[in-house]
Design a protein around this ligand. Structure first.
Ligand SMILES: [Zn+2]
Length: 65
């Protein structure tokens, strides 16, 4: 793991940067059906939710919800 900050135009200044690898598209689809989603730090949140650490769901991160 490296701790270097990289600027990501998608979430600059709004949410912390993801600490997990980006999920595959079919994973995103499963989360929509399950009404549960993984946050960008690996927590489980609602699809439109933010985890206690301030990380949004991947669906929010990608602007899909
Ligand atoms: Zn979290």
């Amino acid at each position: 793991m490296n701790n270097q900050q990289t600027l990501d135009p998608i979430n600059t200044g709004i949410y912390p940067e993801p600490t997990m690898e980006e999920p595959e598209f079919d994973e995103l689809q499963e989360w929509v059906y399950d009404s549960l989603c993984e946050a960008t730090d690996g927590c489980t949140v609602e699809p439109d939710g933010v985890c206690p650490h301030g990380h949004p769901s991947w669906l929010l991160h990608f602007g899909l919800i």
